[in-house]
Design a protein around this ligand. Structure first.
Ligand code: ATP
Length: 242
């Protein structure tokens, strides 16, 4: 598995502040899903912001999709970000627009033809189970549905990588599980996914790797847990053991 993200001894300090990340080295494999955990202030959001080119490391190198982010010129940053889908805790939706318009936004900004916008937005809404709500205002949706709109907007550009910052932070336990399952579905079709979360109870039974931050340093890593589907099938059985 090649890496879609590689951090090499990365440090970050907000202007005028102290180090909020130091000596962070980790990789996310292409097609992998993993979690970044840690208490409030541990540096999870900052780590995702570095991957999403929302800030630049003060030390070390960040590679994303085989590009050293330090080598990108200003004009290359916006096109590069289109390879990444971002999902936020507070959904970041436009509440005076329809669900369709919210999901269409990244494509409209890029100047896609309307017929392509329509096709891709409908496919994205279908993938999150909200095709029947395309004309609705996000205000009429539940929190879980609003987050699914946020996820549809993140995947509509067919990114190689999804970054999600506390995507279940405003959701009840049932909706949180649904949203995590949705990320797993995209991961199963090859999208790499990195999720920052406090919700240990939600992820502890999931098989994905956990990268734990404390005070801006990686202090623990839980390897990916093998799951039944990793095992080769017995002769005469399919991969689900049936
Ligand atoms: N714009 C900023 N300027 C200065 N310091 C900041 C800024 N944003 C965050 N910090 C500091 O950086 C540290 C790491 O913050 P970060 O948001 O990355 O943590 P986090 O693990 O995502 O926290 P939370 O779980 O509460 O969102 C914190 O001490 C925070 O106060």
């Amino acid at each position: 598995m090649t890496d879609i993200i590689h951090f090499n001894q990365v440090g970050y300090r907000y202007p005028g502040g102290k180090d909020v990340l130091s000596d962070v080295t980790f990789s996310l494999g292409r097609g992998e899903m993993a979690f970044v955990t840690g208490s409030s202030g541990a540096g999870k959001t900052t780590l995702l912001r570095l991957v999403g080119l929302l800030c630049k490391p003060t030390r070390g190198q960040v590679m994303v999709d085989d590009v050293n982010l330090a080598s990108l010129k200003n004009g290359d940053i916006a096109p590069f970000r289109q390879r990444i889908g971002m999902v936020f805790q507070n959904f970041n939706l436009l509440y005076d627009r329809t669900v369709f318009d919210n999901v269409a936004l990244p494509l409209v900004i890029r100047g896609f033809a309307y017929s392509d916008v329509q096709r891709r937005v409908r496919a994205a809404l279908d993938a999150v189970g909200l095709l029947n709500r395309e004309k609705s205002s996000p205000l009429t949706l539940s929190g879980g549905e609003q987050q699914r709109v946020g996820i549809a907007r993140a995947i509509v550009s067919k990114p190689a990588l999804i970054l999600a910052d506390e995507p279940t932070g405003n959701l009840d336990p049932e909706m949180s599980k649904e949203v995590m399952k949705l990320f797993e579905r995209f991961n199963q079709v090859g999208v790499s996914v990195l999720i920052a979360t406090h919700a240990l109870h939600l992820i502890v039974h999931m098989p994905h790797r956990i990268i734990h931050l404390d005070g801006g340093k990686i202090t623990a890593r839980r390897p990916r847990t093998p799951v039944l589907s990793d095992l080769p099938p017995f002769p005469g059985e399919d991969s689900r053991g049936r």
